[in-house]
Write a protein that binds this ligand. Structure first.
Ligand code: ADP
Length: 247
């Protein structure tokens, strides 16, 4: 099996003649934390939307575990194990933390929104949900109403609901955005922890986060790959510095 879990070949997206993503070749190594960075408008979100087939590429191909998935539908892609972290708005605010993870598990099992279950199967779901909450250090909050959680903890819950979908490749969209130092540190360590046995592709702006956990970085600018490599390589690349200064 190839050591690349995800590969794109000349992935391209045009919006009415405007090229948002231009012949992008991404190579994401299995088991790595791979960061996708670049100034605003670089095409990062468009790339994520293409990888989950939220939008359709104009040209190019996407391979997952060596298999061409370019023409697959979003649900098939999720079933194969490419899961994008849910936005906080997709976590039900009035439900408890445990209930939210349980819903993620029910989705994974294709029994979404069946609230009625036998006691035995409910207990099994609760056990698995608690394992996931323990993984993201939220077990002590299991009975809390989700809306009452501090911001950083909500992001941890979002990661737990993503884990419930059994991702092989997790796409994290600015996981530390809007956080204070303490939460940034906690979520950074959490990403490192949950990366064990999984692969993570993340859009992230915080260079401290990237330098501390990213194994590989792809820099996009105006839809093109500008540079790639480890933190040292890309952070000393004059073209990268210029792209950032220019915004
Ligand atoms: P980033 O996430 O790196 O900030 P985006 O992927 O959101 O960049 O956007 C890349 C470019 O594509 C931007 O110039 C943006 O205005 C444009 N774009 C994104 N989505 C659309 C769309 N649905 N229609 C037209 N232009 C779009």
């Amino acid at each position: 099996m190839t050591d690349l879990i995800l590969e794109t070949k000349k992935l391209t997206k045009e919006f009415l003649g405007f090229v948002a993503v231009n012949e992008v070749d991404l190579r994401v190594r299995r088991g790595s934390i791979h960061a996708l960075i670049g100034p605003n408008g670089a095409g990062k979100t468009t790339c994520f939307n293409l990888l989950t087939k939220f939008i359709t590429p104009t040209a190019g191909q996407i391979f997952f575990n060596g298999q061409n998935i370019t023409s697959e539908k979003p649900a098939q892609i999720a079933r194969k194990g490419i899961i994008r972290s849910f936005q906080i708005s997709a976590v039900f605010p009035d439900m408890t933390v445990l209930e939210n993870v349980r819903i993620g598990l029910q989705r994974e099992q294709g029994t979404s929104f069946h609230f009625w279950r036998s006691d035995a199967s409910l207990e099994k779901l609760n056990d698995r949900a608690r394992e996931l909450l323990a993984e993201v250090d939220l077990l002590e909050f299991e009975d809390h109403v989700t809306s009452s959680l501090p911001y950083g903890r909500k992001r941890a819950l979002e990661i737990a609901t993503t884990l419930a979908m059994e991702p092989e490749l997790m796409l994290l969209d600015e996981p530390t955005q809007g956080m204070g130092h303490e939460d940034v540190d906690r979520v950074t360590q959490l990403i490192k922890k949950v990366s064990a046995g999984r692969t993570i592709l993340m859009v992230e702006h915080n260079m401290n986060v990237i330098s501390s956990i990213a194994d590989h970085i792809t820099v996009l600018a105006r839809g093109n790959v500008l540079a790639e490599g480890d933190y040292r390589t890309v952070s000393t690349n004059p073209a990268v510095m210029e792209a950032y200064m220019g915004t």
